[in-house]
Design a protein around this ligand. Sequence first.
Ligand SMILES: Cc1ncc(COP(=O)(O)O)c(C=O)c1O
Length: 398
Amino acid sequence: MDSKKLIEESSRYIMNTYNRFPIVLRKGRGIKVWSFNGKEYLDFVGGVAVNILGHCHPRVVVAIQKQAQRLLHVSNYYHIEPQIKLAKLLVEHSFADKAFFCNSGAEANEAAIKLARKYTKENISPDRFEIITAQNSFHGRTLATITATGQERFQKGFEPLVPGFKHVPYNDVDTLSKEITDITCAIMLEPIQGEGGVKVPDPDFFKNVRDLCNKHNLLLILDEVQTGMGRTGKFFAYEHFGITPDIMTIAKGLGGGVPIGAMLASEKVASGFQPGNHATTFGGNPLVCAAAIATIETLLEDGFILDQCNRMGEYLQERLENLKDKFPNLIVDVRGLGLLLGMELTTEGDPIVRACLEKGVLINCTAGNVLRFIPPLIVQKKDIDQLTKVLEEVFGRP
Ligand SMILES: Cc1ncc(COP(=O)(O)O)c(C=O)c1O
């Protein structure tokens, strides 16, 4: 079957929820992917910040193969060895004391919302349930997480939404403090707004938010689904800000390419969940946990990959800044941290993304006019040089 026929069958048999580019991807290694037709692409999308170690990292692949031969799935009615090992790894390398496993970022956020409400009702006040989130945020596509998401375009048509959410401008602690009331239970934020256009807060923003939470006895929930797992150059982005959250959600890079999410919390807050309060059949299953253990061990081993992420992040940012100097009418801003970088344009980003695809480089556009670069953390200088060469050609077209 050729790729044209596959694409026809894709539209015939798969629900129309994605605007897909007209290629079928079939194979990946490191930072490269190949289409069904054998064309090679440099992948600066990385499964939308998922493939932190690149495609098919050998340690992840072997861990999956070994676990698949031993045990694929058992119920959470029983203790699961790889799940215990993974929870221990995450706890040992974060603020958290306990983990709950699920299958995606949205599910991790659902779990966080439920835990925040339950813990607060039982331990602080039965009247508190409202969660304040940011305008322009993104927290997922379930009904509660589209409500938490501060962007109407994701909510339209799905009303009535879930009660108990309020949105305030991101990076504005004064407005945030004015919106806290007797019914507020938690503040939920992304350390950097990824889908919202790679928005980086002021250095003291999270310290001020933490102080507000302490003052009003509110929980701080950090959505590190996109920023976690080394993406910003530290294992978790909150480490940049000198604070710790009460609850944190992760997914994307956690499994090195397999679907797994987690909600982490302090001992005190985690006590809000008791048997029967929350569950999911596949959450923390042996296969995905084995992949996540291999991913984390590889990521943290001797600090090499985090170091690479920092160095390559700086290099890429520098190269993008150079392009900004060359094309001042087209590029408004370059921003981000580590390998979560954005380039804001004065025009729509989609034609640029399509032109780069034609030239063998996959990039992504978010918020309409922000090109986003979220490659595997193992990206090298030569890959970045190729990307910027292609961008320069595309920007310089008549
Ligand atoms: C910050 C953030 N939270 C949550 C999600 C939702 O994650 P998932 O698509 O795995 O449900 C995303 C996905 O892009 C995200 O960037």
